[in-house]
Design a binder for this molecule. Sequence first.
Ligand SMILES: N[C@@H](CCC(=O)N[C@@H](CS)C(=O)NCC(=O)O)C(=O)O
Length: 203
Amino acid sequence: MKLYFSPGSCGLASQIALHEAGQTFDLVKVDFKTKTTVEGDYLKVSAKGVIPVLRLDDGDLITEGAVILQWIADQNPASNLLPPVGSRERYKALEWLNFISTDMHKGMAVMFSPFLDDVTKRRFADGNLIPKFEYIDEHLATNDYLMGARFSAPDGYLYTVLSWTPRVGLDLSGHASIQQFMARMEARASVRAAREEEQRLAG
Ligand SMILES: N[C@@H](CCC(=O)N[C@@H](CS)C(=O)NCC(=O)O)C(=O)O
C-alpha cells in the first residue's frame, strides 16, 4: 500500500490512521508545484492533482481524505478507528469527519490562498474560523477526544488541521482545551511516527 502525501499537509491524518491501525505502507512525496513524484507525473495517478491518495496493493486508488480514513477504519475494525457501520455512534463520528473536512480543512485552506490578501484572510478568520475553534474548544473541555474518552479517526484529522494555525498567524494559545488535545495527540506513538517520517522526507 502506498500513500501519496506532501509534508505538513492533510495527508498527515491518513498517516496517523494507518499507524494507529498497525498498517505498513510506503510514502510517495508529491511536489505540489510541479505535480510530480519520483514515479513521474502525479496527474496520471490522480487527475485531481491533490493529496492524499491511497494506492492499494491491487492497484486500486482511494481519494478524499475523509473517505481514506473510513476505508482504513473499516479494513481494521479491531483498531476502533470508527464505531461499527450502522451504529448511532458511527454517524456521530461521521459528523465530525465531515465537519473537519468541509468546514475546518477547507476553512483553513482559505488562510493559505494565494488569491486573497492578508486583510481579507484576517476578516475570514475572525468571522468564520474563530467561532469554530471556540466550538471545538468547548467540546474538548469535557472530552479528551472528539468522540469522548477514546481516540478515533477524526482526532487525527482535527490535529492535522489545527497544527496549521501557527503557519497562518492564528494564535490558539488562549484555547486551553485545544492545547491539551494537541499535547495529548503529540504523545501518541502514531503521531510521533508520522511526524518523524514527514520530517525525514521533507528535504
Ligand atoms: N477534497 C480533497 C482535498 C485535499 C486537499 O485539499 N489537499 C491539498 C493539501 S491539504 C493539496 O493536495 N493541495 C495541493 C494543491 O492544491 O496543489 C480531500 O479532502 O482529500
